[in-house]
Write a protein that binds this ligand. Sequence first.
Ligand code: LLP
Length: 426
Amino acid sequence: MQKIAAKVTDQLGFFETNDPTRLAEEYGTPLYVYNERILRQKCRELKGLVKYPNFVVDYSAKANSNLAFLQIVHSEGLEVDAMSPGEIYLELMAGFAPRQIFYICNNVSEEEMKYAIDKGVITSVDSLSQLEQYGRLNPGGEVAVRFNPGVGAGHHEKVVTAGKKTKFAVDAELVPQVKEILAKYDLKLIGINQHIGSLFMDGKAFTQSVASLLEIAKQFPGLEFIDMGGGFGIPYHKQTDEPPLDLADLGHHLDETLAAFAKEYGREVTFRIEPGRYISAECSVLLGTVHAVKENHGKKFIGTDIGFNVLQRPIMYDSFHGIEVFRSSDKKSTKEETVTVVGNICESGDILAKDRVLPEIFEGDTLAVLDAGAYGQVMSSNYNSRLRPAEILIRENGSVQLIRSRDTLDDLMRHQIPLEDESSNL
Ligand code: LLP
């Protein structure tokens, strides 16, 4: 195998003792590859964010809810958030106790809310009407409320979840109404939470939002926890040396704020965060195969099997993912050129990387898309009746375990119900 561009995975020792082109051959592509050592390291980095003693990291499972992945996170002593009964279900399957799961729901039915209540999972609601619904379903129960701290952040407007333009959370001015509903149903507010949005690279907006959340907290004397949310960013441009988020600096600021609050509040409170991307993105690459190289009107296209059914982020948010190149053939080239890397979906917008300068790429090359572990496989689909990819885990000893098999054609028939009167033709 020739490593044509492999700086990032090389530095990380990402493939351990494995050859990526062999993995691609053995398991087929597209293929999500995870590295257990890096995943564990990311969990530990965030557990050490602050010195404040009552601190819990809830992994935000929406970023990656693979069962084996959740089991590793659980074994690192993290807890989890959930956005749906499906996530609660998977988290219970992965070994989390109900009290280690925090259900942060948004606009859910009575049935969904009841699922969490019946399982003994603490629920956070984010509107007055959902608080009423919770009160009707579980009078006298414990509940949390998600507030809008007024400050948002994120890599794209679609993922900013606080501030003035969002469907999420309860405005701080509505504290009196929240109190009324709590009293009406004899509910105990045990926690408040926020999530300002996904991916900040400097902690300013986050620390500002924490300060506003703590002002809200002071209006509720009996809180057991305050959840500051997720959004901790990772550098997607690491091939050009984009620096990582300065966790030490952020932790230092937070520590000052949390200690001051704890003193004033006069009661031991647990502080929580709920990072998804920071934990899951960098421990994964997505391998794909180049099946065609062509030029259309002076533009060079690299045709791969990584359509937007496999990785949606580039077309959904114009997101950038670094690309590395591995070659099993002995083709030689030191040329770089500007190319557009595309998938195999029937839309011209099916673009993984537009006008990107990359080493010359040939048919049969294996591409590794970096930082694919967050919002990658979980957002994949069967569009064009394509099969969702497999996932493998490189264990700490370098061995490889399949942790999700690729869809099969039979999976496309699961849940399909043929017409009754024409079934004889099938
Ligand atoms: N907590 C709540 C309530 C959330 O809604 C989210 C993400 C998180 C925590 C975790 O955020 P993180 O630490 O991963 O930034 N699909 C988009 C990101 C959507 C984020 C949705 N909510 C993407 O691919 O960038």
